[in-house]
Design a protein around this ligand. Structure first.
Ligand code: SF4
Length: 294
């Protein structure tokens, strides 16, 4: 089995990057030929991507060994925009794909960047089992409380009472509390931030990238075109104002206290940061021990 490690920093930023008058500081990590992006004005996914790229720049990771995997949905487009080894996979299957990458090549730093519809609905079973196994990967989950790309339908994170295109009388299902779900499933690092709290979000992504094991960062993010429009927050700015007014930082609390209710507080912070052997650690131990000694 190849040795795990990703410590050698490689600066892929071209020296000439900022000499072009129309260049953006992040151009070297974006596939310009895929731009302009598809995201609506006021959407928070661009903010999430910016925080990820900033964290990558600070991480010292060898960017040649970073793989980004996305599923389907508005957030799933991230894999197509980053100039890294990236994979835009089938709906809900980003985590199994990422697991295969990591097991086949433990040198990789594998990041799954996808939305709540993809990761928590159709992909929910994969999420809990990858966390249970403590597979070494970082999950960045953009949660905008609905299925954005397909028309703003109710989803597994839609708060009770929230209106969507398929819940015109208000959602009457309880939503998943994502930090609680990830922590209960076994994640070693769990954090939640809104797209407004960019410095803290960037720091959490950086910490998650450096973590061994299954790390999970939830980003509460505006979807003004669909979720916001149905819930009296018609602009990205209105949604950011809501995060400003309702965001409360509570590091270290039991994540089961971080439920989201319509119109209520949004509890943010780092809720879990622990160490334990990863799935690959167990694989190596078993291989070192040998079959005959089992
Ligand atoms: Fe963003 Fe919502 Fe537009 Fe999708 S539909 S790009 S999530 S604002």
């Amino acid at each position: 089995m190849p040795k795990e490690g990703n410590k050698q920093a490689v600066n892929l930023k071209p020296e000439t990057q900022n000499s072009k008058p129309d260049s953006h500081p992040m151009d070297y990590l974006l596939r310009e030929d895929r731009l302009p992006h598809i995201w609506c004005s006021g959407c928070g996914i661009g903010v999430a991507l910016t925080c990820f790229i900033k964290a990558l720049e600070k991480s010292g990771l060898n960017l040649d060994k970073v793989a980004v995997v996305s599923g389907i949905g508005c957030t799933g487009r991230v894999a197509g925009y980053v100039k890294l080894d990236s994979f835009h996979t089938t709906h809900g299957r980003a985590i199994p794909f990422a697991t295969g990458l990591k097991l086949a090549n433990p040198e990789l730093k594998v990041v799954v960047f996808s939305g709540d519809g993809d990761l928590i609905a159709i992909g929910g079973n994969h999420l809990i089992h990858a966390a249970r196994r403590n597979v070494d990967m970082t999950i960045i989950c953009v949660n905008n409380f609905n299925y954005g790309m397909t028309g703003g339908q109710v989803g597994p994170t839609t708060p009770v009472g929230a209106t969507t295109s398929t819940s015109p009388y208000g959602c009457f299902e309880y939503p998943f509390n994502l930090p609680y779900l990830a922590a209960a499933s076994g994640a070693v690092y769990v954090a939640r931030w809104t797209a407004l709290h960019v410095r803290r979000l960037e720091k959490s992504i950086l910490d998650a990238l450096h973590k061994r094991g299954f790390s999970f960062v939830e980003i509460i993010s505006p979807c003004p075109t669909l979720y916001g429009r149905w819930n009296k927050q018609r602009t990205g700015l209105a949604q950011m104002q809501y995060y400003h007014d309702k965001g409360v930082i509570k590091h270290g609390i039991d994540p089961k206290e971080a439920d989201i209710e319509l119109g209520g507080e949004i509890i943010e912070g780092v809720f879990v940061d622990v160490e334990k052997p990863t799935f690959l650690d167990f694989c190596r131990r078993a291989l070192a021990k040998g079959v005959s000694d089992q």
